[in-house]
Structure formats: C-alpha cells, structure tokens
Design a protein around this ligand. Structure first.
Ligand code: PMV
Length: 344
C-alpha cells in the first residue's frame, strides 16, 4: 500500500558560521554554529512510498517544481542510504519525491537546507515512531537533515538552532541541532532578513568543496577557536540585548567565512563588486539612521540584510531607493526569522 506525507520546511541563515567538518564521522561540524530559520523561504516536499515487491530493486524518483530531475538523485540516494541504518524500511520501498521552493529557482538561495529539512521531516513522520509533540521527532529530523546537508539540521526549530558541541551549553551535540532555550532580549526578537540577490545561478565552488579545503588550511584551528568565542559572545548579546555586540559578531562571522575561502589553497572569492557596494551602503545607512541592522553572507555573493522588524517600512524604503541597483534584476526576498517545518 502506498503511504504519503507532505511537509514544508524553512531555510536558515547562520549568525555564527559552520565552515569545516570533523575528519571522522559523517557531516560532523568542526565548530559550533547557530542560525535563525527564515519562515518565508520554504521548500515543500511530498514523499510517496510504496513497498518493493517480487524482488524488485527499490527506485527513487525526484521532481522539482513538477519536473523530473535525475541530476538530484545522487545526493538524495546518498541521503537515504545514510538514514537506512536507523530506518531499515527505507531499503524496502520505492520513493517518489515532489519538491518545490517558494522562492525563485536559481535565485542563489541555499535551498538545500529547506529541502533536506523537509525530506527529513517526511521520513520521521512516515516512520511513525514519534509524534511531533515528542522532542525526539525533531532531534531525528535534525539529525537526518544533517546527513543530507550539514546546515539543514538547524532548520527544524522556531528557536535559534544551535548545532555542534559547545562548552557553555551542556545539551549541545554534533549529532543534531537543538533549539536554543536561553532568554532572548526583546531587542533581538522579531528581526527580519531581506536577501539581496546580487547574483543568481550556481556557485563557482560548492560548499562541499569549500569545507574540504579547511583540512589543509593554515588558519583552520584559529578559526574554529574563534567560532567558539563568537558563539559565546552572541549568546551573551541575546541575553543582554546588546545590539552593538550582536552586529559586530554577525558581520565579523560573515567576513571570516569569506576570509577562509580567500585564504585556502586553492583560494577563491565568491563576493562580487555589488556585494561590497551593498555592504558599504548598509554601513553608511546604519551610521546615519542608527537603525538596528547588519549584513551577513552565505557561501555566495548574496547579501542578507538582517534588521529589527519594527523598522520594516524604513528598511523597505532604503532597499528600494539605495540597494536595488546592486540586485540582479532588482530582486530581493524578504522573510521573518523563526518558523519550523509544518505538516501539510
Ligand atoms: O550545509 P552546507 O554543507 O551547504 O554548508 C553551508 C555552510 C554555510 O552556509 C556557509 C554556513 C552555515 O553555517 O550555514
């Protein structure tokens, strides 16, 4: 008998960055990271399974926006293989997976976090051992999402997702993300993210290749240490509401991520001239208006403008008058922070 389930899952943006994997294990982070989910940038995935009969080999079909995409299969098959030791039934079923993103394809947004978060939620729901109200449901979803794409494990909580062993949070683990349960000052609640699409299309260096370059990187150990310090200071800013401190850490983390790319061998640069133009404008506007806002970057050219949601209108005006010229086709996407997978 066929069974099916459908989940939508948000993307996430890291405040303290994961960059580099441990040498042993599968997708274990070399340093702890933390992120906000992006409630309005989501992948929706319908998973249909049917039992394998008469010695058939199990098959997987993947559709993105209703088009069959065999090119995605190697990643998805690897993901399913990695989850099979926990969910043996996977190897006894055919899979049909229908996925779509609510943001334009090729907008240069990391869709893998939302995509693997949705896939992992579907698997845990189909397995049926845990209810959504049981925290183990989300620990498993987070762990499996991690096995698809590391940073995806932080996409399953409303609260900031904290992933990786961190000395100040006893429950933290490399295995899956946990919801940050400490207090968050009102100054740092209700922030939004405007993603300025500086350049769409594929990145010139994949993040898998980027992580691998840290193995021989001259600054890797120093960077991992710094990430612990950043996380400690970031959590302190959450508690005290020190927006200055928050901004300093988030921007420094973004630049450190790109500095690691620029100082690996082979070195590479993912920022574009318009990335820097947009950053300059953000700094200038912040100095002039004192609006709580800062930028961060993913492994790409796009600029994430994080800002206090109470200033939404002023920021929309700022984007429309000063930042749009730097966006490819004048495109930017706005999202609330927070949000988690939803069963549909
Ligand atoms: O999840 P991956 O392997 O695609 O790594 C992405 C890591 C960054 O997005 C660059 C940073 C982060 O912590 O999300």
């Amino acid at each position: 008998m066929n069974k099916e389930v459908k989940y939508s899952c948000p993307s996430n943006i890291a405040l303290v960055k994961y960059w580099g994997k441990k040498e042993s294990g599968t997708q274990l982070p070399a340093n702890p990271s933390i992120s906000w989910t992006l409630n309005d940038l989501r992948a929706t995935t319908r998973m249909v399974i049917s039992p394998v009969v008469n010695g058939e080999s199990p098959t997987v079909k993947f559709y993105l926006a209703n088009k069959e995409k065999p090119s995605f299969l190697p990643k998805i098959e690897t993901f399913l293989k990695r989850v099979t030791p926990e969910f043996g039934w996977i190897s006894e079923h055919h899979f049909e997976i229908y996925s779509e993103n609510n943001f334009p394809h090729g907008a240069g947004i990391a869709s893998s976090a939302a995509g693997f978060g949705a896939l992992a939620s579907c698997l845990v729901a189909l397995d049926g051992q845990w209810e959504e109200s049981d925290p183990v449901f989300w620990e498993k979803a987070s762990k499996f999402a991690r096995l698809g794409s590391g940073s995806a494990c932080r996409s399953v909580y409303n609260e900031p997702g904290l992933w990786g062993e961190f000395e100040e949070v006893l429950e933290s683990t490399d295995d899956f993300a946990i919801p940050y349960s400490g207090s968050i000052h009102p100054n740092l609640q209700g922030w939004k993210d405007a993603v300025l699409i500086i350049e769409d299309g594929e990145k010139s260096v994949s993040s898998t290749a980027g992580h691998a370059l840290l193995k021989e990187h001259a600054y890797a150990e120093a960077r991992y240490k710094q990430a612990h310090k950043s996380l400690s200071a970031l959590l302190s800013s959450f508690k005290t509401g020190d927006v200055q401190q928050f901004i300093e850490i988030v921007e420094s983390e973004a630049l450190q991520l790109h500095a690691m790319m620029m100082s690996s061998i082979p070195y590479y640069v993912l920022m574009k001239p318009n990335t820097l133009e947009a950053i300059e404008k953000i700094w200038k506007h912040r100095n002039e208006t004192l609006i709580p806002m800062c930028f961060t970057l993913d492994a790409g050219a796009n600029v994430h403008l994080l800002y206090d949601g109470r200033y939404h209108e002023q920021i929309q005006n700022f984007i429309n008058t000063e930042l749009l010229p730097y966006c490819q086709n004048g495109l930017y996407l706005c999202s609330d922070t927070g949000g988690k997978p939803i069963k549909l």
